[in-house]
Design a protein around this ligand. Structure first.
Ligand code: NAP
Length: 297
């Protein structure tokens, strides 16, 4: 299999590209400087030239708060860019793999969102990603849309690393670390997700799938687990999202139903707690600046 991966400098791409190579696949992993997916002509040229079997779009405008002020830019990348790739993939007969998000859902549910639950995004990022899903379904007959959530992993800013930085800072100051406790989702290690993506591609899975680690948590619970595993003893205080006003609203509940994933792979993914322990055991990349205390998706 020959894959063209976009957004190669991103958090997920840094795990997925090497794993795909380990699977024995030929991989062209291109950062934004090598292929700007908002440039339709550049996308068509790159895909026609490389003629991959699969286009894996890991490029995205992922700054949830900035998307409120820059909705057109977010859509140019997350919707139109995804559409260009889907069009090009269809032309060369490649499968189009698009990453999407739990933030396409509204957050009012009390049970996990199924793949056919009606999307109802509450912020501009979620709306731009939903438009991306629609563009991919319209333009590429052979597609795999993978909705995921609450990523942490090595090589880029993420909530877990930020909590470790802030935990040490607040312990020194003697102040409690206040973290949002009224938003629930499924934390997901990029390594687990990369392994899932390889398995889905190996099995030629098509359509829409939810993929994350198993289990769910609030940002507070995730932070507390990470700090304990890292041995950072700091007092913590659960707070509501309204105590950290941010430009973009977050869904209160965005837990993804994993039934389709389990059916496709014949197993549940690892629990986020064991994934987190493996990630922190492997050492985290703490060079990145902290992300906000409510997290991203
Ligand atoms: N992070 C999460 O918690 C989360 C949750 C749910 C879903 N997702 C989805 O999962 C996917 C991967 O996310 P991630 O966390 O790995 O994202 P990320 O770390 O922000 O990486 C995205 C990459 O896309 C690149 N990019 C931005 N605009 C581009 C353009 N016009 N052309 C080409 N590349 C461009 C960025 O390049 P620069 O480095 O140059 O900016 C960056 O390297 C995305 O589709 C995201 O929406 C993420």
């Amino acid at each position: 299999m020959h894959l063209l991966i976009t957004g190669a400098s991103g958090l997920l791409a840094r795990e997925f590209a090497p794993l795909a190579r380990q699977a024995g696949w030929r991989v062209d992993a291109v950062p934004r400087s090598g292929l700007d997916i908002t440039d339709r002509e550049a996308v068509m040229t790159a895909v026609r030239r490389t003629k991959p079997d699969g286009v894996v779009n890991l490029a995205a405008f992922t700054d949830v708060d900035r998307a409120e002020a820059e909705f057109a830019r977010a859509c140019a990348v997350n919707a139109e860019g995804a559409g260009h790739l889907a069009e090009a993939a269809a032309e060369v007969g490649a499968v189009m793999v698009q990453l999407s998000t739990d933030y396409v859902f509204g957050g009012e549910a009390a049970v996990p969102y199924r793949i056919d639950s009606p999307p109802d995004p509450v912020n501009c990022y979620g709306r731009s990603k939903l438009r991306g899903e629609i563009a991919v379904r319209e333009r590429s007959p052979h597609h795999l849309i993978v909705r995921t959530s609450w990523l942490f992993g090595a090589g880029g800013p993420n909530f877990v690393d930020s909590m470790l930085v802030l935990g040490r800072r607040f312990r020194q100051r003697g102040d409690p670390l206040r973290v949002v406790d009224d938003q629930r989702g499924r934390p997901t290690w990029t390594r687990s997700l990369a392994e899932i993506l390889v398995a889905l591609l190996e099995r030629d899975v098509r359509g829409t799938v939810h993929a994350s680690n198993d289990g769910d948590a609030s940002w507070y619970e995730l932070a507390r687990a990470a700090l304990r595993l890292a041995g950072i003893q700091v007092s913590m205080e659960p707070v509501t999202g309204s105590e950290f006003p941010r430009p973009a609203r977050r869904p209160g509940y965005s837990v993804l139903d994993l039934t389709c994933l389990e059916e496709a792979l014949g197993r549940r993914p690892p629990h986020w707690r064991s994934a987190l322990a493996r990630y922190l055991g492997a050492g985290s990349g703490l060079a990145s600046p902290p992300v906000p205390q409510g997290g991203e998706s």
